[in-house]
Design a protein around this ligand. Structure first.
Ligand code: DLZ
Length: 176
């Protein structure tokens, strides 16, 4: 039986409905035995929270390095509310790992600010294949599920805080 306390994907908060949300998913083919499971987790989670199948656009790219451009293309050319970037980088003998991780982290961070759009980091960066397996539906949950939940939460936040939403709730009235 899975110990929920050790399952990194166990989230004990209310998740908003994804009924009126649209998502782009960019998924890397490198280590696809892992990224396919991240994708499965992300899609199932979006559907579970009410997103319709036609509001999920999936695009594949060669590797994690290419996720940034794919996210930019989603932002430029589609009407998605958020992009979920899924990849898996496993430490090897060279410094490739560092460069790819740094590139995709910085790329998505820049895009999220430039486009004012949630760009969700669903990239596993592990030392071993086993660590990746544990995090794509294994004993530590599925990072794809987490990425999808984060995307829903961030789109809900954005809709809530938009100037014209008329929907702002001040939660911390007691704070000076
Ligand atoms: C080249 C490379 C290497 C060595 N390792 C990975 C990896 O672990 N995970 C991954 O997603 N991609 C890897 N790549 C491919 C790069 O992301 C990229 O596709 C190529 O450098 C071409 O730009």
């Amino acid at each position: 039986m899975i110990d929920l306390k050790k399952n990194l994907s166990y989230i004990d908060v209310e998740i908003p409905s994804a009924k009126d949300m649209k998502f782009g998913i960019a998924v890397a083919n490198w280590n696809n035995q892992i990224t396919d499971k991240l994708l499965e987790g992300a899609v199932n989670t979006l559907l579970k929270y009410g997103c319709s199948e036609e509001n999920i656009i999936i695009k594949r790219v060669p590797g994690t390095f290419e996720l940034t451009l794919c996210a930019q293309l989603f932002a430029e050319n589609t009407d998605v509310d958020a992009v979920i970037a899924l990849g898996c980088v496993i430490q090897g003998d060279t410094r490739h790992f560092d460069f790819i991780c740094q590139s995709v982290t910085e790329g998505l961070t820049q895009l999220t600010i430039t486009w004012d759009m949630p760009m969700i980091f669903g990239v596993l960066t592990t030392n071993t294949l086993e660590q990746a397996q544990d995090r794509c539906g294994g004993k530590l949950g599925n990072k794809g599920d987490e990425a999808a939940v984060t995307a829903i939460q961030m789109v809900a936040l954005q809709k809530d805080l938009r100037r014209d939403s008329g929907n702002m709730i001040i939660e911390d009235e007691g704070v000076n």
